[in-house]
Design a protein around this ligand. Structure first.
Ligand code: 4NP
Length: 168
């Protein structure tokens, strides 16, 4: 993948299936980036650690919960993370510890991607995982949104602080 000329920072969110948590993170963080007027500087994507739902749309429960809060996840298509993502993305953020360990094992030695837990950017939630809502009650999807909005704010603040220092 060739970065667009104006993109300075590329962010990839990763969960297990890429149909619930990471598409929610992609949709919400993209909206936050847009609201900050940084859409042409920050690129946002998501992927699954596994290929179970490759080519699928996000889970309808995730879409409904997001839409209720004004976020549109339609148009996203599930995909599995690939080795070249570790060359392209500046941030590769796991939704939980299992996926963080998966990413740490997968990261090539010469990759400079910052691999971390997404909730490390949520004030007071550092080191925590976004609970997997797939097999649970629909309340789980509202919690995903709450956690993702909080972490997205923190991440945008951190990227925003560094943007002026990054050369085009
Ligand atoms: P996600 O949720 O990782 O947040 O997309 C899941 C989606 C699918 C499965 C598990 C979790 N699954 O077992 O198929």
């Amino acid at each position: 993948m060739v970065p667009e000329a104006s993109v300075l920072v590329a962010v990839l969110f990763v969960c297990l299936g890429n149909i619930c948590r990471s598409p929610t993170a992609e949709g919400i963080f993209r909206a936050q980036v847009q609201a900050a007027g940084l859409s042409n500087r920050i690129q946002v994507d998501s992927a699954g650690s596994h290929a179970y739902h490759e080519g699928e749309s996000p889970d309808i429960r995730a879409c409904a919960a997001a839409l209720e809060r004004g976020f549109d996840l339609s148009g996203q298509v599930g995909r599995q993370i690939k080795t070249s993502d570790f060359e392209y993305f500046d941030y590769i953020l796991a939704m939980d510890r299992e996926n963080l360990h998966f990413l740490q094992k997968m990261q090539p030695a010469d990759s400079h991607s910052r691999v971390a837990l997404f909730l490390d950017y949520a004030e007071g939630r550092e080191g925590q995982s976004v609970p997997d809502p797939y097999f649970g009650h629909s309340d789980g999807f509202a919690l995903v949104i709450e956690l993702v909005e909080s972490a997205g704010k923190g991440l945008l603040k951190q990227i925003g602080r560094n943007l002026p220092k990054i050369k085009t």
